[in-house]
Structure formats: C-alpha cells, structure tokens
Design a protein around this ligand. Sequence first.
Ligand SMILES: Nc1nc2c(c(=O)[nH]1)N[C@H]1C(S)=C(S)[C@@H](COP(=O)(O)O)O[C@H]1N2
Ligand SMILES: [Mo]
Length: 196
Amino acid sequence: MTPVETFHDHPLPPGQRERPWRPVHYGRVPRLDVQRWSLTVGGETRDGGMTVLDRLALHALPWVEVEARLHCVARTSTPPLRWGGVRMRDVVELAPPGEDAGHVLLAAARGYAACVTLADLVHPDSLLATHVDGRPLTPEQGWPARVVLPHLYGFKGPKWVAELTYHHRPQQGWWESRGYHPRARVAHEERFAHQD
Ligand SMILES: Nc1nc2c(c(=O)[nH]1)N[C@H]1C(S)=C(S)[C@@H](COP(=O)(O)O)O[C@H]1N2
Ligand SMILES: [Mo]
C-alpha cells in the first residue's frame, strides 16, 4: 500500500467553518449491490466507444490514500478525513477522452450529477473513493464509490457515482443548474456562477 498522502489545506480555507461530518444529500440513500456496481465511461471518448469498469477493473489500479476535508459550498467543512481509493487520473486513462473533450459530467445513481473540467478531474489528489478512515464507505457516505475532489467544493463529488461522460462543453449538473459555480475551486471561493 502506498503511504498516506497529505493534502495541504488542513487549515480552513476562506469562508469555511468546521463542523462534525454528518452526511447530507437529496433523496433516499440507494442500496446498491457492489457485486453488480460498475462505472460507465462514455460520451466523447478517444475511441468513440463506451467502457464499463467493474469492481475488479478498479481493484487492478494502484490504491492510494489522500487526507482531505469535505468543503460544502454552504460554508461548512468536515474535519480532515482519510479517503482511500484509486486516482481519477488512472480511471480516466483506462477510458480516455477525445482531444477536445475538456468537461466531464459525473452522474450518480438517483439523478444527482455534477460537471467538472477534465483538468480538475485528473488532479493528483482527485479520487474515486471506496473507503474513508480505513473503513469501507457506508451507504450514507456514498458506498460503493464516490468522487472526492479535495480542491473543489463538495457538490462536485457525487456519492454513489455510476457514470462519467466526456463533453466538449460544460454541462449543467444538479447545483450548476441552480446557479452554483461551474468550476467551484475552494481556494478561489468560486461559490456562485454570477460572481464572474
Ligand atoms: N449523489 C449525491 N452526491 C452528493 C450530494 C447529493 O445530494 N447526492 N451532495 C453533494 C454535496 S452538496 C456535498 S457538500 C457532499 C456532502 O458529502 P457528505 O454527505 O458525505 O457530507 O456530497 C456531494 N455529493
Ligand atoms: Mo454541499
């Protein structure tokens, strides 16, 4: 196992205050069968095809741990959490995007979705996480897998992620269509689309 990597924003970023971690989301928690769970990668792929990655395909990738807080755009942050999983950049390499596909829609079971830039998705600290603090995620925490992008606000990381779709242009996810920021970088306090 690779050593724990330490993310560098343990001091609270601008405009955030710490709260204990209490998972929140829209709708009911889906009860998913990990044996049948898979991540589908499609849209503007390099080879024009669609790839379905099952649990075993992901297990073949290097396991990493990244310590990071979850920063909700509504100004609360969790204490630092130790996320375990595989790097999103390794997942992307298994099913790479076409040349001009710079945006990725991340969709969860039950309708939630978020759009991120490809650059943010392949950030070295970006994970497809299956574990937190040494234990498998609970259903409320996003089991079987959630996207963790420590440098972006929490809404960019779907729990129960099931689909990754490459696009030429930014797409509107759940929060983006309600006025939240298309990029959502924590360090720049990119909270609302109308800021810039
Ligand atoms: N599927 C799904 N993923 C989601 C959400 C959601 O409602 N549904 N909420 C997002 C938001 S706004 C935040 S801040 C984090 C919260 O993660 P937590 O519930 O583990 O605290 O999950 C994100 N991922
Ligand atoms: Mo949030």
